[in-house]
Design a protein around this ligand. Structure first.
Ligand SMILES: Nc1nc2c(c(=O)[nH]1)N[C@H]1C(S)=C(S)[C@@H](COP(=O)(O)O)O[C@H]1N2
Ligand SMILES: [Mo]
Length: 498
């Protein structure tokens, strides 16, 4: 008659014991995962699986609404749901302590399924098992006959479990051995032919954002929760598919090729008008065109399906990889080896295309194929198969708020990579379009800074900007959403002068 025995016991201590048990189990699996392989964390595996499972509309919602914080929110949500599950399991255990085991096992099975769905489950299951074993042992210790649930000993045991969980969770990130090893390898690398960035004179007006984006401030977008830690010593790139000779290059092979370096502005298709998902860097690497020529592209091919170490894919038209532009396998950003989060050791950079169809980080595979087969990650989720960058301009100064009345210098950027910007105009309070002054650029593959000084009377105002490209096209006023192939419309800023 265990149920009658426990009826007198209040629910809260059981829920708390469920959470403490689950929390310590998670912490142990996290530490174990980091000791083995950083990407194998069960919570991360579940969260990654959620990203892969959410239907298109959800994924779009995530990219648009959460921006670069979407994954923190996702992981936090998964953790919160888990804690609720642990509390529920604790309550189930109140009537019969052993029933809780079933709950922990079911949760572990869900995590196991998520891990098995990843390209390399490997030792992640070991970490998960360590977590499950911990939960079984800890639950027993917290609830057995000797536990004295409501007495001092019960509280003491609870305190020990909670304390150990907090300490382990705090220390867990520092157990990320693989990432640290790769970070160390990155630190030791010297890249022949890679020169430090020198901002071209006259490119940076010094009025708003720097013309060169430091790596630490460069926007970051990807579908991974933990960036893959890829050791340059074991990295290879396979070029295959519709080619005469398949090629496999090691990092050393790649570095032995002729170096190319260029300023290229990279931007994201999910950047709203006026948004921040754009950056400009000095990239160093190896041009893709000669590699494809060496492999010998067969007639009929018109695309390359790129794959990353973490299984992300994108389809890129062959033409942009083989024409005279600087489409490259980049090994360095702003003169330093790529940061891990930006694709170390090798990523693709293609001037003129949005990142989702071209800029594969941690790239390991290039398959020459046809456009109808080169269906990348984002395409089934409602995004266009083709993603040329759209003509766009942005106001950076002022960013809103108030400015002094009188002559004021407005400033910002405009871009249409690989086409280039011919002119930028601004309009104050819907009045005439006034030409802005363009700063210099090293070519057509980067953003250009602009400035315009206008007299501004005291009061409320708004400024709009539009650009004209080197083909004579004027940026459209039609406002379109980022889905399926990039936002359009004019950036407008409201401010007060006085
Ligand atoms: N492996 C991988 N590469 C990727 C992505 C990704 O999710 N995974 N996202 C792409 C997108 S949508 C963009 S905009 C750029 C962003 O590159 P960054 O994070 O270095 O700025 O990377 C591209 N390359
Ligand atoms: Mo993107």
């Amino acid at each position: 008659m265990q149920s009658t025995n426990s009826r007198g016991v209040p629910a809260v201590p059981w829920a708390v014991r469920g959470v403490a048990t689950g929390g310590l189990g998670l912490a142990v699996s996290w530490v174990a995962a980091n000791l083995i392989e950083a990407s194998a964390n069960p919570v991360v595996a579940v969260a990654t699986e959620v990203i892969d499972l959410i239907p298109g509309s959800w994924a779009r919602f995530g990219e648009k609404t959460f921006g670069t914080n979407d994954k923190d929110i996702l992981v936090t949500t998964v953790l919160a749901v888990l804690m609720l599950c642990f509390a529920a399991i604790g309550l189930v255990g109140r009537t019969r302590a052993r029933r809780a085991y079933v709950g922990f096992i079911v949760l572990a099975a869900i995590a196991a399924a998520a891990i098995m769905a990843k390209p390399a489950p490997g030792l992640a299951l070991v970490a998960l098992s360590a977590g499950l074993a911990t939960m079984v042992i800890v639950w027993t210790w917290l609830t057995d006959e000797t536990a004295d649930l409501e007495g001092r000993r019960g509280l003491l045991r609870l305190g020990v479990v909670g304390g150990v969980a907090v300490v382990l969770a705090t220390l867990a990130p520092s157990f990320g051995r693989k990432r640290r090893a790769v970070e160390a390898a990155r630190g030791r690398l010297t890249l022949p032919g890679v020169t430090p960035p020198v901002v071209p004179s006259g490119a940076d007006l010094g009025l708003a954002q720097p013309w060169m984006t430091p790596a630490s401030e460069f926007y970051k977008i990807d579908t991974t929760i933990t960036s893959p830690a890829v050791d340059p010593g074991s990295w290879t790139l396979r070029i295959h598919g519709m080619v005469d000779r398949e090629l496999t290059l090691t990092f050393e092979d790649l570095l032995a090729r002729q170096r190319t370096q260029a300023w290229v502005t990279l931007c994201c298709v999910s950047n709203p008008v006026g948004g921040p998902l754009i950056g400009n860097a000095w990239w160093s690497g190896v041009r893709i065109a000669p590699l494809l020529a060496e492999a010998g592209v067969r007639a009929g091919a018109d695309a390359v399906l790129q794959t990353s170490a973490d299984g992300w894919t994108c389809g890129t038209p062959l033409s942009v990889l083989t024409d005279d532009r600087n489409a490259m396998l980049a090994v360095a950003m702003n003169g330093k080896p790529l940061p891990i989060d930006h694709g170390f050791p090798v990523r693709t950079v293609v001037p003129g295309l949005y990142g989702y169809v071209s800029a594969t980080k941690w790239v390991v595979d290039l398959e020459v194929t046809t456009m109808d087969r080169a269906v990348g990650y984002w395409i089934p989720l409602g995004w266009s198969a083709n993603g040329p960058v759209k003509l766009m301009s942005r106001i950076d100064r002022p960013s809103g708020g108030s400015i002094p009345a009188g002559d004021f210098t407005f400033a910002g950027i405009a871009w249409e990579q690989h086409t280039g910007i011919e002119a930028v105009e601004v309009a104050l309070d819907g009045g005439v379009w006034t030409p802005a002054t363009l700063a210099r650029t090293p070519g057509v593959d980067t953003w250009v800074q602009w400035s315009a000084t206008l007299p501004v009377a005291a009061g409320n105002h708004q400024l709009s900007v539009r650009a004209t490209d080197r083909n004579g096209n004027v940026q459209t006023a039609v406002q379109r959403d980022v889905v399926p192939d990039g936002a359009t419309g004019w950036d407008t800023v409201q401010f007060r002068a006085g």
